[in-house]
Write a protein that binds this ligand. Structure first.
Ligand SMILES: *Cc1c(COP(=O)(O)O)cnc(C)c1O
Length: 396
């Protein structure tokens, strides 16, 4: 569409140190995949690893694999692979269950830790729905009141009644990045516990769970972490909370002596306490293999590229799409932006269908939002320029 912007894209791609990572993923030429914030692309090496897991570990070793293939300890081992990506100490992250289930464990455990006098749970009103549903049930079960507030209202609502606060780090709809360091500090100084949902931030930007003193965190692995459809989620419990982490789902996998088969529950020590039942080994090992793409990658470099990509996409949209046809609902300030751009657009559902048919895959969120996720390991600047070109062709 514009010679100058196409040239700029080529120059940015040529200077991009993460560009070679694209080859690690199974992506078709001609398709611009901007939906990695919903389902990350497949790393090319994962199918061969899964073939081995299925044919040899399951097919030949069978029951022996729980020990010999390291299946039993996979939840903590893979947790330790995710930990550095979210700034967590070793031994504080466990993989398993879904994000929804982990929100439940974390929030109930947070309320239990907060103690009896605190009768309110604050929740991000714009949260991904599952978090809100689970929080409402957790509040009912623990005899607390739920208060849904915009993230910027939470600070002034904190007080001696606050037990726990559940916030999404990046808003799934608008791409707004919430202030995790500032909000966590405010929540903690009110004597409450902070529970962060990292679904749209882990793998896209530095999180700093340890540095910022976050109490609990959860997140999924099938978005920016490319673990595959329905791959297991993770749960972070700050090290000093672990001994008092009182899970509402005390399954046998988290028992101090799981094979003792004892009638009374005694929790194990450390991250293992976040486990429930038998892990979904196939999905878990696909995730473990997929995490290889992060070897040698700095999350700061990922963040820098992500911001450059979303800036450049917005610049191309501004230049190409007729004025008034779309408007960004993603904050312009870097400090408030995740790794996606959301554009409000009339007939957004139709527009996204047509864009996808032209090889630019994003997604549509009702009522009127086009979402474009920028996954720095496999999206480049020419992709961003092409997406804006196709959008302009449809919107013109
Ligand atoms: C994607 C997402 C989820 C998904 O939860 P599941 O239990 O994996 O279905 C939850 N919360 C947020 C904020 C999300 O973005």
């Amino acid at each position: 569409m514009s010679e100058a912007l196409a040239k700029k894209a080529a120059a940015l791609d040529a200077a991009d140190e993460l560009a070679p990572h694209r080859e690690l993923f199974a992506l078709d030429d001609g398709v611009v995949y901007l939906d990695g914030n919903s389902l990350g692309a497949l790393p090319r090496h994962v199918p061969a690893r899964m073939q081995d897991v299925i044919a040899r570990e399951w097919g030949q070793l069978r029951i022996r694999s729980w020990e010999e293939s390291g299946w039993w300890t996979a939840p903590e081992r893979i947790g330790d692979r995710i930990a550095p990506l979210v700034g967590a100490a070793p031994g504080t992250v466990v993989v398993g269950d879904s994000t929804s289930v982990n929100v439940f464990k974390a929030l109930v455990a947070a309320v239990r830790l907060a103690g009896e006098g605190r009768d309110e749970i604050l929740v991000d009103a714009s949260t991904f729905p599952t978090d809100g549903y689970v929080a409402e049930s957790a509040a009912r079960m623990t005899g607390r009141q739920i208060r849904a507030l915009a993230p910027d209202e939470i600070g002034s609502a904190l007080g001696p009644r606050t037990a726990a606060v559940l916030v999404n780090h990046v808003d799934y709809r608008t791409g707004r990045l919430n202030d995790l360091p500032g909000m966590t500090a405010a929540i903690r100084s009110a004597g409450a516990l902070a529970v962060w949902d990292l679904c749209h931030s882990a793998g896209a930007l530095p999180v700093g769970l340890g540095a910022h003193g976050v109490d609990f965190a959860v997140g999924c692995t099938y978005k920016y972490l490319n673990g595959g459809p329905g791959s297991p989620a993770y749960l972070y419990v700050r090290g000093d909370h672990q001994p008092r982490f009182d899970t509402p789902l005390p399954g046998w996998n988290s028992h101090e002596d799981p094979f003792g088969m004892r009638p009374a529950y005694v929790p194990g020590d450390g991250a293992v306490r976040g486990r429930v039942g038998t892990p979904d080994i196939l999905s878990m090992l696909a995730l473990e293999s997929a995490l290889d793409v992060w070897d040698g990658v700095s999350i700061e470099a990922v963040r820098a590229k992500s911001l450059a990509l979303t800036d450049f996409f917005l610049e191309c949209v501004e230049a190409y799409v007729p004025a008034g046809r779309v408007s960004s609902v993603t904050p312009a300030a870097h400090a408030e932006r995740g790794s996606q751009v959301s554009l409000a657009c009339a007939e957004a559902g139709e527009v996204m269908r047509a864009l996808t048919a032209r090889g630019v895959v994003g997604d549509f969120r009702r009522p009127d939002v086009l979402r474009f996720g920028f996954t720095p390991l496999y999206v480049g600047f020419a992709d961003a320029e092409r997406a804006a070109t196709e959008l302009a062709a449809l919107a013109g």
